[in-house]
Design a protein around this ligand. Structure first.
Ligand SMILES: Cc1ncc(COP(=O)(O)O)c(C=O)c1O
Length: 321
């Protein structure tokens, strides 16, 4: 069994959203507050990082290295977890340094992470070079995969599912944003292991359903192996909806803006423009088109990301005159 560190605030609360349910004239909607996992504005990566950092410690590592987009929530949470547990942290980010770092990128720097900008080069190549340099100079690097999504990271969501079922075993559906697949794989395996019989629906943020469901199925099996459990998954076992990809990763469109403002103004609930905003837009649409019905109980898993609200490119578009 993999060991874990303990820096998350768990269990995260489950709350009813009655005003949102009434506004949509639909099912009872609940929200699981993984935006409140407790470290540097929280989010879903904190659960994964509890396992990943225990593994890094077990390997005698001193420097955590990971990669992501400029507004990566994963990178910000890695920087925070590194500071909390005494690792150095290097983040390899896409593109060029913005003139005024905002949102997550501001927090990366404020939390003391070193940032390597990939610029016009291939980010994966820059990541490999960064790893080699740290290795050669004795920094004992530990590579955290994109989104923290390997079998060790996904363990965080296996046990998150157990936590949820202890809070409410009667949910018909769980809906959440799915991107690098670790959250989804953990929930799918946790659902099997702890006896959840409702639907687990990932709203894809940036991948075709055919590709993401295959990837999640493989990762769920690897995660089961990591626990010494024998569970088989095929792509058909993994539900992904890719109807809400819009204009691509990180591009906030009208559906996301509507979802963000509906959650904020009906319930005082802040979502993020990239992940939970898109997944909530999917949830709203699936209620409106009758996929979810009024007699059901739906849990929206809030996976965090709210610091991105304060990134220049989103902030300016969210307040309309
Ligand atoms: C706020 C937020 N929600 C959801 C996700 C997707 O989770 P996963 O990468 O485990 O699919 C991410 C990943 O970066 C995220 O930052």
């Amino acid at each position: 069994m993999q060991s874990k560190l303990n820096f998350a605030h768990l269990p995260t609360p489950v709350e009813a959203l009655p005003r949102l349910s009434a506004r949509l004239k639909g099912p009872q909607i609940f929200i699981k507050r993984d935006d409140q996992t407790g470290l540097a504005l929280g989010g879903n990566k904190i659960r994964k990082l509890e396992f990943l950092l225990a593994d890094a410690q077990a390997h005698g590592a001193r420097t955590l290295i990971t990669a992501g987009a400029v507004q990566s929530n994963h990178c910000r949470q890695t920087a925070a977890a590194a500071a909390r547990t005494g690792f150095a942290c290097i983040l390899v980010l896409t593109g060029e340094r913005p003139p005024n770092p905002t949102g997550n990128n501001f927090l990366d720097l404020f939390l003391g992470a070193e940032i390597v900008w990939a610029g016009g080069s291939d980010r994966e190549q820059v990541l490999d070079q960064t790893f080699d340099t740290v290795l050669k100079t004795g920094g004992k690097p530990y590579l955290i995969p994109y989104g923290g999504s390997n079998a060790i990271g996904a363990l965080g969501y296996v046990f998150a599912m157990q936590e949820l079922l202890d809070q409410d075993p009667s949910l018909d559906w769980i809906v959440f944003p799915s991107s690098s697949g670790g959250t989804h794989a953990g929930l799918a395996l946790g659902g099997r292991m702890f006896g959840y019989h409702g639907g687990i629906l990932g709203i894809s943020i940036d991948n075709l359903a055919s590709e993401l469901s295959q990837k999640v199925a493989m990762l769920a099996e690897e995660t089961a192996n990591c626990l010494g459990e024998d569970h088989r998954f095929s792509a058909q076992d993994i539900l992904v909806n890719d109807d809400y990809l819009g204009a691509g990763y990180g591009v906030m469109g009208e559906p996301e803006i509507e979802a963000l403002s509906m959650f904020a103004r009906s319930e005082g609930m802040l979502l993020d423009p990239v992940y939970t905003g898109r997944a909530a837009a999917g949830l709203i649409d699936l209620i409106r088109n009758g996929f979810f019905t009024a007699d059901q109980k739906i849990l929206f898993w809030h996976t965090g990301g709210t610091p991105a609200l304060f990134a220049d490119q989103y902030l300016s578009r969210l307040l309309k005159p």
